[in-house]
Design a protein around this ligand. Structure first.
Ligand code: GAL
Length: 426
């Protein structure tokens, strides 16, 4: 066990965070008490394990605060966000809630729902510690509005190497065409789902990675600017690719979840899954599988060199009933001890950029690779997970996609996507 792992296991790293948390002048008292009600959508498997790891460190640092877990399951946040909207409308906010850095967070800022966290940022020197790619996405008018606890990668292809070997398919196809060939090989062999999907958002996640693959990072990013050309032949071609890839999937069902889909890959009932790297947490922690031999990963074909990212961040709503405890929670989200425990379990990488070799050694093979990828790749944002488009634009795309999945007509799908862009691009 490394020195740092030992310190973590014994709570000594968390103990040092207690020291640094003392003497706070971030708008809270030095030692808050009472409760803190925190809202997220992390209820199961590795997502819950990540939250619990963060919580364990928080309890060491803030023994007098009782954590009220208001996680709402499912839909990559769809259910949680609906419940959150209801509470914000009723002026009954939780003390802190999960919101993706980027356009999703901007919605809450624009609606005047959040307090800025400038004092906490100054006190913790986070502007020097969080990545320059993430800071503009949690800032508005020079003010900081949330604490990013992780970085996830959306454009990942997961697979079962044993299944692929048995049918002669490639776990890391370089191009989309090579990927289609692999899917065809699994299909021909029979008995397995070539590319597994689950509830509706997993299709949008698939769509965004296919668009990135087909349009490239520049073309993808251009889609989210005002006046973007969604009617172009290039977008048409990308949507045709999506159409084709869907012929290799199982039927999407509201009753199934991304982690059940990962279990199908792990057990060999499905061959490939395109999913964010929270799937690593499922393979490794929930299914107890060995990286490399039991499950494999590669960037979505055609997207190597691009890191399509998202970042879970936590906020301080105006009118939070336990403001001091909420500030202590936010400090925890940005602390090194909190981020090390949380991200290792969750399957994401920390936002803190001051990790040393021992910190890095706490992470498994995939996450260490992901840390290197984050540094060397071109960074673009995710659609499904709130970076490039806000909740309303996402909802319009959801509607267009739902219709397309039923009728499989590319031309009207493209028109609906173009109309959504005209209406929502800011
Ligand atoms: C994303 C979230 C991830 C993960 C995923 C699946 O939106 O950012 O942390 O939880 O949903 O639920």
């Amino acid at each position: 066990m490394s020195r740092r792992a030992f310190l973590l296991a014994t709570g000594a790293v968390a103990g040092s965070a207690v020291l640094s948390a003392c003497g706070s002048k971030g708008g809270g008292t030095a030692a808050p008490s009472g409760e803190v009600e925190v809202f997220s959508w992390w209820t199961e498997g590795a997502e819950n394990a990540g939250l619990q790891a963060l919580l364990a460190d928080f309890k060491l640092n803030q023994p007098n605060v009782s954590f009220v877990n208001r996680a709402v399951a499912g839909g990559a946040g769809a259910n949680a966000k609906a419940e959150l909207a209801r509470r914000l409308d009723a002026n009954d906010p939780p003390d802190s809630f999960q919101g993706h850095a980027g356009a999703e967070l901007s919605d809450y800022i624009a609606a005047g729902k959040l307090e800025n966290l400038n004092d906490l940022y100054a006190e913790q020197k986070w502007a020097d510690l969080f990545p320059k790619e993430v800071l503009p996405l949690i800032r508005s008018g020079g003010d900081y509005y949330s604490v990013p606890v992780n970085i996830h990668r959306a454009n990942m292809l997961w697979s079962n190497p044993k299944v692929l070997k048995s049918v002669g398919a490639d776990p890391a196809p370089k191009t989309f065409t090579a990927f289609l060939a692999g899917l065809q090989q699994v299909k021909r062999a029979g008995g397995r789902v070539p590319l597994v999907v689950a509830d509706a958002w997993t299709l949008k996640h698939l769509l965004e990675t296919v668009l990135l693959s087909s349009l490239g990072p520049q073309g993808w990013t251009a889609l989210w600017a005002k006046g973007a050309d969604w009617s172009s032949p290039r977008v048409r071609q990308a949507l045709e690719g999506f159409h084709e890839v869907l012929t290799f999937t199982n039927a999407s069902s509201a009753a199934s979840s991304w982690d059940e889909a990962s279990t199908l890959v792990g057990s060999g009932k499905a061959a490939y899954q395109i999913m964010g790297d929270w799937a690593e947490g499922s393979f490794k922690l929930t299914q107890n599988l060995q990286p490399g031999t039991d499950y494999a990963w590669a960037p979505v074909p055609g997207t190597a060199g691009t890191f399509q990212f998202l970042s879970d961040s936590f906020t301080l709503p105006k009118g939070a009933k336990h403001r001091d405890a909420a500030l202590a929670w936010l400090k925890e989200c940005g602390s090194k001890s909190g981020q090390l425990g949380f991200n290792g379990a969750k399957g994401s990488i920390p936002t803190l950029t001051d990790l040393d070799t021992e910190d890095r050694a706490l992470f498994g093979e995939y996450l260490q690779w992901s840390m290197d990828e984050w540094k060397r790749c071109r960074i673009v944002g995710s659609l499904t997970h709130g970076v490039v488009a806000n909740n309303a634009w996402n909802a319009a795309i959801d509607g267009a996609l739902e219709t397309f999945v039923k009728n499989r007509q590319v031309a009207p799908f493209q028109q609906a996507l173009a109309a959504a862009a005209r209406q929502h691009a800011a």
